[in-house]
Design a binder for this molecule. Structure first.
Ligand SMILES: Cc1cc2nc3c(=O)[nH]c(=O)nc-3n(C[C@H](O)[C@H](O)[C@H](O)COP(=O)(O)OP(=O)(O)OC[C@H]3O[C@@H](n4cnc5c(N)ncnc54)[C@H](O)[C@@H]3O)c2cc1C
Length: 242
């Protein structure tokens, strides 16, 4: 039989990403009791699956790009290339320690931590597994999901999170979407799959066309059927990759 425990704090924060950290540390340093909750390893998208790992990969690609562009411009160094598995290993040196670092940092600030999926029981009470916790205030800093495209075969698409993991790049990639992250990934892929090291076909334009086509078809179907248009979630705003 599981024992249910119940606690009260000033502030409950769902999430441990950048938004959660910003509010949790400030309120804690003002003397509030604070607990953060996350169902995934602590650190959120930016540190674990977003900006930071992306910047490591993009940094490598930029270096190679600079080298190529300077070859006949006064810097005739031998051509640089990307060793993708080694670059991924380097990336992990940034991401792997993140959850533990965050936990140590929350602990040293005196912030309580719960691992697990939070569900509301009432306006200010959350349940996490068999634990119930009530906050005077609750901040939802749960991040964003990737946008739903409503196109046939969508279930076969991978996400930015998956792109940031594999030790091997496929020879051909289509990026659906034309935001800044797609372009950064596309540039990195193009540099990594340079001629002579793999068959390369970068089709970001095709991806954009596919997406626009899908949105137009979707909108037309919605209008034709009188059906409400599906809401896209906010992922599109900051990229959404989980
Ligand atoms: C590939 C990629 C590259 C990016 N690059 C950049 C960049 O260069 N610059 C930039 O400014 N932004 C970038 N972003 C966007 C940036 O990562 C996000 O804007 C930012 O991480 C959002 O932070 P957040 O704290 O709101 O949410 P998140 O960091 O996503 O944190 C939300 C957390 O809440 C947890 N959670 C959600 N629901 C529950 C629940 N019910 N119970 C428990 N836990 C829950 C999740 O597990 C998650 O850990 C990038 C994003 C991606 C995906």
């Amino acid at each position: 039989m599981s024992m249910t425990t119940s606690t009260n704090v000033d502030l409950l924060v769902v999430g441990t990403g950048s938004a959660a950290g910003a509010v949790a540390y400030k309120c804690r340093s003002a003397g509030w009791t604070v607990t953060v909750i996350d169902s995934r390893p602590f650190g959120g998208t930016c540190q674990l699956r977003g900006c930071d790992p992306k910047k490591v990969l993009v940094g490598g690609a930029e270096l190679v790009d600079w080298d190529r562009r300077m070859q006949s411009n006064g810097v005739p160094a031998p051509g640089l290339t990307i060793d993708w598995p080694d670059l991924m290993r380097f990336k992990r040196t940034f991401t792997d320690p993140v959850p533990e670092q965050n936990e140590r940092s929350f602990a040293s600030a005196g912030i309580g931590m719960l691992h697990g999926r939070a569900r509301f029981v009432d306006r200010t009470t959350l349940r996490v597994d068999d634990q119930t916790i009530t906050g005077r205030y609750v901040v939802i800093a749960g991040g964003a999901r990737r946008a739903t495209l409503n196109i046939p075969g969508e279930e076969h698409l991978t996400t930015s999170t998956q792109f940031l993991e594999p030790d091997r790049l496929p020879g051909q990639i289509v990026f659906v979407g034309g935001g800044y992250i797609a372009f950064e990934f596309a540039h990195t892929t193009a540099i990594a799959l340079e001629p002579g090291r793999g068959k390369f076909a970068l089709a970001i334009a095709l991806g954009i066309v596919l997406l626009l086509f899908a949105l137009i078809v979707n909108a037309a179907l919605g209008v034709a059927s009188g059906a409400p248009r599906p809401e896209s979630d906010s992922l599109g705003k900051n990229q959404r990759g989980a």
